[in-house]
Every structure is written in structure tokens, then in C-alpha cells.
Design a protein around this ligand. Sequence first.
Ligand code: PMP
Length: 301
Amino acid sequence: MSSQWIFLSGEFVKKEDAVVSVYDHGFLYGDGVFEGIRVYSGNVFKLSEHLNRLYESAQSIMLKVPYTKEELERIIVESVRRNQLESAYIRVVVSRGVGNLGLDPKCCSQPRVIVIAEELSMFPKELYQRGLRVGSVASRRNRPDVLSPQVKSLNYLNNILVKLEANQAGVDEALMLNDQGYVTEGSADNIFIVKNDTIYTPPVYLGALEGITRNAIIDLAKELGYEMKEAPFTRHDVYVADEVFLTGTAVEVIAVVEVDGRKVHEGKPGKVTNHLLSEFRKIVVTHGVQCYPAETNQAVV
Ligand code: PMP
């Protein structure tokens, strides 16, 4: 590919020209919101769900996205097309924009919108076959009444801190608990456990982001006839689960084979996890918006 095009403040610019001011409050304070979206064979998976979450995050922090959802959808699709991408990862960022060194958002008059679409670097196949080692961390998930995990804000320090803890512990991913000790999620993924043929995931009010992959897996599990429950659980439940897996835009569905040194499913990905991953990979091209419609210009819903 020749040059990568990035949408920045109203126009497409080359990657090397895509720079923002040091006075942007997204940079100075993490004042903004974002989404990570995936494109499968030209299909922007669950685009309207991602846009809804982006606009809700923005509404929550009183940030006005300077485009309608339809306009932003067109910009995202155009970003994929311009870069001639088939399988891609898209990052949409809306920052408060340029202000001064004070934190008051009043001084930022123009929110900034950025769309980066790039070739997807796939997670290695071996990782899905081997599964992840996960460790619970000392840092707790942000309390929903302090900084709600539903706001996908540019302030990801809570998540970065737990990733640091996981790195220090030499495991692949962190398991975050809330201030009551209930399991919430990973650093950037939701958690599911399987016990006696029932699948459980924590309700989001406990302090997990309402992941779009999470919701897709809940729907899929029900369609496939599994008993699926959103219910609180503790580390103990994870330790004695038949299977554990994580979901997210980047990881899709990935097995966890060890938690705090306890082997899960004898250290191997389980059949429910593998089943859900293979079925998930079938639906990713039918739920979303097609960037290169075959005959018409209609979006696939
Ligand atoms: N939790 C957190 C904290 C995340 O950052 C993500 C990634 N967006 C997820 C869960 C998974 O959400 P999704 O399936 O929408 O990517």
C-alpha cells in the first residue's frame, strides 16, 4: 500500500502529517472518548453498536461529537475504502480539542475527531490453541460512581495499571475485581466462565465495560442453545470453572487456561470456548456495514 490516510479534524491526511497539538486536552488530560472497531472482509462489525457507545460516552462527559452518527459512519467507511482495507482495525477518537494548560473544558471550543484505519495484525493462531495465563491484580476496577467503566474515555490509566501488574507477574492478562471483590473484566476484555454447561458473565453494573463482543457472544450463546446468565461471581468461581474465556474486539474469543496459578480445563481451551469462537467467526461478516457492497450501495444491517 502506498500511503496510509487518516481522518483528522475534517480531512484525510497522510499518516506522517497526522499530528495534533500538544494543547489538545485529549493529550493533556485524557479528556475525550474512543472506540476500537474491527473490519472483517470489508464488513465493519457492529458499527452502529460502536457508534452508539461512542455517542453515549461523549454524552456522559458533555462532549459534543461534531458529526451525526450517519456522517461519522460515512467517514469510517471512507477511511476503510481510502486505505483499501479488507481486514482492519479502526480507532475512532473524539477529544475535547485544543485548549490551554488549565483543565477547564470551557477553553476547548472545537472537539477533534480522528479516525485511524489500519491493516489488522492478527493475534497468532498459537495463542488461541495455547490459551492465556491470567492473574488477578491488586488494583481494583474504577468504581462506576467515580469514573464509570461505561465511559470509554481516553483516560485508560486504570486499565494500563492492571496491565503493568500483569506484566510484572509474568502473565498474559489481568483479572480485575471491583471494590467488593467481585470479578469484573480484564484490562481490555470481558470475562466469561462455564460451569456445568451454563455460561456466566458479570453484569456490567459490577464494573465492566459493556463490550460489544460480550453482547454478541451472549446473543450467540443463547441462539446456540446454551444456558447463559449474567450473574456476579468471585475469583473462587473462576478457579473452579470448567472453562474460562475472554472476549473483545481485538481478541475475539480466547481461552484462559490458567488463573492465579490454577489450571483451568487441564490447561487447555475447552469445547464451549472453541465452539463460540468458530460460530463468532461466522457471524462477523453479516452483522455490520459493508464498505464494498457488491451490487448496490446499501449498507448491510
Ligand atoms: N473491557 C474493556 C475495559 C475494554 O477496553 C474493552 C475493549 N473495548 C472490552 C472490555 C471489550 O469490549 P468490546 O468487545 O466492545 O471490544
